[in-house]
Write a protein that binds this ligand. Structure first.
Ligand code: AMP
Length: 114
């Protein structure tokens, strides 16, 4: 079964795609938690951070350079932003296709609530 994000990557279901190349796709989160909330996703389905393999280092690095470029393009680089990867149940992961959340555009408060 393809993941929800694979369907967005393949344009089988609608997504607000802001970047796509041969390795990653980035699209706006459907329930944004901040003025800018973009998900950067590998085109190949890696379920969780636990499933990243040594051979994926360049791919994962590319996810971060795309996040950097999108932050600049969205105008949030100078004020700052947060990059988040949730993993499994305790991490609050909802979609089991690895993704980096790029969130910013307003003060985000403390990293974790107590
Ligand atoms: P996570 O909890 O880290 O797995 O985050 C999954 C994210 O995917 C959540 O922030 C959701 O709002 C987002 N999401 C779920 N469905 C869609 C969709 N169809 N298009 C864009 N974002 C989505």
């Amino acid at each position: 079964m393809p993941t929800l994000f694979e369907k967005i990557i393949a344009r089988q279901i609608a997504g607000d795609i802001v970047h796509q190349d041969d390795r990653v796709t980035a699209f706006r989160d459907i329930h944004p938690r901040a003025p800018v909330h973009i998900l950067i996703v590998p085109n190949k389905p890696i379920p969780t951070a636990n499933d990243i393999e040594d051979g994926d280092e360049a791919l994962v690095g590319h996810m971060f350079t795309v996040a950097r470029d999108l932050a600049k393009r969205e105008g949030i680089a100078d004020n700052g932003y947060r990059l988040i990867i949730n993993c499994n149940t305790h991490g609050g992961q909802e979609v089991y296709h690895l993704h980096v959340h790029l969130v910013g555009g307003a003060p985000l408060g403390p990293m974790l609530s107590r």
